[in-house]
Design a protein around this ligand. Structure first.
Ligand SMILES: *Cc1c(COP(=O)(O)O)cnc(C)c1O
Length: 370
């Protein structure tokens, strides 16, 4: 699905030198590399505060802790996402409220959010799934009307640009009260281990979160709140400093591969290519098709038989997972996720795809799905 080796080979010398430099510096935790990366990411995103942390799941958890969400508070999020989003809601004893997504963009359905709001609702977590932004004008409007926090899960969409109705633009993850991302190796901006970050323009919230990631300390050995230990290490930060200036190019390379795919499948009645909303760019963390003729599982196997990696993201909607099932859920409220679980298939998507590979992948699919 990804070619981390090919990508590494292109920056090998720079990376190796820098990693050795960090090893020799012995500043392994909270060293100058972490601080420099934080500043550079703030500049890239156009956001006042970046707080690096250990991974994208922690980032979500800490964002919710920082906002002061309390047990019993309801948090609305998408039924069709990676489990980390809902996992942290559960871990904090908040109440997850899963809602359906839009069939064409795979992102959270605005009308479903409106229907799910109760007096206990405290936050909405839009996930910018597969690399394009959810409808943030609409999410912000609902949040304002009901006085809710907005936490953007940007693990799959770092670098995506959002255009508001008034024409102004912001980077994904910098639109709501707080945004989170992951630097897991296969993410669009990946390090060589685990890593994550939290973004916010709110200086007070940033201050709270900076203490929270470090055992709730605002002054050394004075613990004002219950915190966690969640840090980005210096080696990962040094690697990310080399890769951040390449991110826009990485997004372009993914976009080119996506355009090749979409062009190849355009006239096939049984294949739906990803739709891109006009208010967002798409950084194609995943390139995901919908297969309409009931042969998705057969295609999955056929591609594997031909040596073509592919994946089903996600085979079970969260409302149907044992851990997150809840008697309040009604199947009739999830028509889209219940359908997508049987139709979606994600193709190889990374920065090193060559035309020859794309040709092989697309022709293998088109010969199978007529
Ligand atoms: C990867 C991912 C996460 C979690 O990130 P980790 O760094 O693996 O903890 C959270 N949400 C979404 C949507 C993701 O894709």
């Amino acid at each position: 699905m990804v070619d981390l080796k090919g990508q590494y080979n292109k920056i090998e010398k720079q990376i190796d030198e820098k990693v050795l430099e960090v090893l020799k510096s012995t500043a392994y935790i909270n060293g100058p590399e972490v601080h420099a990366f934080q500043k550079e990411l703030e500049e890239y995103l156009g956001v006042k505060n970046v707080i690096p942390c250990a991974n994208g799941t922690d980032a979500l958890q800490i964002a919710m802790m920082g906002l002061g969400l309390q047990p019993g508070d309801e948090v609305i999020t998408a039924d069709f996402t990676f489990a980390a989003t809902v996992e942290v809601i559960g871990l904090l004893n908040l109440t997850p409220v899963l809602v359906d997504v839009e069939k064409d963009t795979f992102n959270i359905d605005i009308n479903a959010i409106k229907k799910a709001i109760t007096p206990k609702t405290k936050a909405i977590v839009p996930v910018h799934l597969y690399g394009q932004c959810a409808n943030m004008d609409a999410v912000l409007e609902i949040a304002k009307e009901h006085n809710l926090f907005v936490i953007e899960d940007t693990a799959q969409a770092i670098g995506a640009n959002y255009t508001f109705k008034d024409g102004s633009k912001k980077k994904a993850g910098t639109i709501g009260n707080v945004g989170t991302t992951s630097f897991f190796p296969s993410k669009n901006l990946g390090c060589y281990g685990d890593g994550g970050a939290i973004f916010t323009d709110d200086d007070d919230l940033a201050h709270i979160i900076r203490g929270m990631v470090n055992h709730g300390m605002y002054k050394r050995y004075y613990h004002d709140v219950v915190g966690v230990n969640s840090r980005l290490d210096s080696i990962q930060a040094a690697i990310l400093r080399i890769k951040l200036p390449l991110l826009n190019g990485y997004c372009e390379a993914r976009g080119k591969a996506a355009a090749y795919y979409s062009n190849a499948f355009a006239s096939n009645q049984n294949i739906v290519t990803p739709a891109i909303s006009d208010f967002t760019s798409h950084v194609f963390h995943q390139y995901t098709l919908q297969i309409l003729n009931g042969k998705r599982d057969e295609l999955h196997q056929h591609l594997l038989d031909n040596g073509i990696p592919n994946a089903i993201y996600y085979p079970v909607p969260l409302h149907s997972q044992k851990a997150y099932a809840d008697e309040r859920y009604n199947e009739a409220d999830f028509p889209v996720t219940n359908e997508l679980k049987d139709t979606v298939i994600s193709l190889p998507m990374h920065t090193e795809l060559e035309e020859e590979q794309l040709e092989f992948i697309t022709s293998t699919i088109l010969n199978f799905i007529k």
